[in-house]
Ligand binder design. Sequence first.
Ligand SMILES: NC(=O)c1ccc[n+]([C@@H]2O[C@H](COP(=O)([O-])OP(=O)(O)OC[C@H]3O[C@@H](n4cnc5c(N)ncnc54)[C@H](O)[C@@H]3O)[C@@H](O)[C@H]2O)c1
Length: 252
Amino acid sequence: MRLQQKTALVTGAAQGIGASTARRFAQEGAQVVLTDVLESGAAVAQEIRDAGGHAEFYRADISKSAEVQALIHFTVERYGALHVICNVAGINIPGSVLDLDEAIWDRTFEVNVKSMFLTAKYGIPEIKKAGGGSIINTGSANSLVAEPLLSAYVASKGGILMLTKQMALDFAKDNIRVNCVCPGWVDTTINDAHHDLFGGRAVLEQMIEEVQPIGRVIRPEEIADVNLFLASDESSSMTGSAIVCDGGITAK
Ligand SMILES: NC(=O)c1ccc[n+]([C@@H]2O[C@H](COP(=O)([O-])OP(=O)(O)OC[C@H]3O[C@@H](n4cnc5c(N)ncnc54)[C@H](O)[C@@H]3O)[C@@H](O)[C@H]2O)c1
């Protein structure tokens, strides 16, 4: 029960890493608000409640200021405080700078980076009131190393890591830690378009050891465990860090 009496907000919680993180936080006693643009997040919250946990779903587009403000308001009204923000929501639309539409560049930065500015801007005053807490921003191995044909995504993930370090400096004195989780290839639907760049998933699986040295895809639950560590007091000495959970990709 590492998150007992803590309230956690998890974005992108309808599926993938976000849903696994919400489940894991609830198993450890947290009261969890799940948010996503997909209404199917409501079923994940219901599943958590059916298992005896505390969870609510609130639909929001986390790139929109008014929706994030309403989300934070809902969280504090429902559970009385906010201690943890786990920013998981993200999009990945491939393209070199020549191919990519300007609108996709802007949307990538709104969803992947501006959302973290917004949840911090409106969430940190509440975390301060609670006496401190933990913010976890989801970067990527692409926060550290680039990759062909992912111009907007790689740039956004690099920005997330530096925003994390910057926020860690500003809020250390408030007992608010800010860290960046950098996963490798995790088995979720965000990668469908990415797989096509390599000739399809089957081709990628054949060359898995070349792509990811552990020789397999990472399960969303494995990243949820890293998020749990960062949300809990077990990581109390860590702020401004990139926590690399990439199956060895960046070791090469
Ligand atoms: N899967 C991987 O291999 C991998 C690797 C490195 C980093 N990541 C990062 O992990 C995070 C989670 O991705 P995932 O793998 O679980 O993929 P996913 O596509 O299953 O989950 C992303 C979720 O974000 C939600 N979302 C998108 N735009 C939103 C918005 N504007 N407002 C609210 N919610 C929105 C989606 O609806 C979806 O539920 C992303 O930030 C991604 O970049 C994933």
